[in-house]
Each structure stands twice: as C-alpha cells, then as structure tokens.
Design a protein around this ligand. Structure first.
Ligand code: AMP
Ligand code: ZN
Length: 112
C-alpha cells in the first residue's frame, strides 16, 4: 500500500533497525521501546490488522509466529509477550498488521 508507514519500512524506503527479514516477513526494533527488548514483526504484504486475517492470507500470519519464535531463541529471550493491537480503542496507531514482541522486564496482567 503506497501510503502505509510499515509498507515503506518493509520495502526499505524508510530506515529501520532490522532484526530479521525474509521474502514474507520483516522484523525491526520499535522506535519507542516499551521494554528492554521491543521489536515488531510484520508481514510484507499489507494487512490492516488482526481483524483482516482470512483463510486467504493467514499463512503469512503463521509465518510471523515462526519468526517470532526463531528470533526470540536467537536473542536468548526465555520469557516474552506478543501483542497485536487491533483498532483505535485497543491502541492501534499504525494500520498495518504488526506483532509487538516485548521482553526483559516484569509484566503485569491484565494489560491496560
Ligand atoms: P501500535 O500502536 O500497536 O499500532 O504500534 C505501532 C508501533 O509502531 C508503536 O509501538 C510505535 O512506537 C512504532 N513505530 C512507529 N513508527 C515507527 C518507526 N518509524 N520505526 C519503528 N517503530 C515505529
Ligand atoms: Zn502496509
């Protein structure tokens, strides 16, 4: 999508601190980290949010979780939280599906 921040990041048109990349998925550190380790995993294809996942595009979502598991292992993260905000009320500010991966501090439940 031409006017999407994360599409531009995935394409390399806007700089980011890359954690992982393959043909389908891009992962990069969050610009405003909420934990000692905080990166985002996104599909390169534009999907607006978790609310737009279908049988047609869900394979890349499964792949996102493979990447999360792999990167977490590579970074030595024994405990971490995966979050995806869907819609403004839930806190979504960028309209391209992304999974926050947070680690390195105690976390509370339920989230605010
Ligand atoms: P959300 O608010 O759940 O939609 O998450 C969007 C996330 O993107 C926030 O945690 C932001 O800090 C992060 N973010 C926004 N712009 C950038 C950027 N240029 N590079 C890295 N992370 C970003
Ligand atoms: Zn996009």
């Amino acid at each position: 999508m031409s006017d999407c921040l994360f599409c531009k990041i995935a394409a390399g048109d806007i700089p980011s601190k890359k954690v992982y990349e393959d043909e389908q998925v891009y992962a990069f550190y969050d610009i405003d980290p909420q934990a000692p380790t905080h990166f985002l995993v996104i599909p390169k294809v534009h999907i607006t949010s978790c609310g737009e996942i279908t049988a047609v595009n869900s394979a890349v979502v499964a792949h996102c979780f493979e990447v999360i598991s792999r990167v977490a292992r590579e970074l030595g993260m024994e405990s971490f939280r995966v979050v995806s905000n869907c819609g403004a009320q839930a806190g979504q500010t960028v309209g391209h599906l992304h999974f926050h991966v947070l680690s390195g501090r105690d976390m509370t439940w339920p989230p605010g």
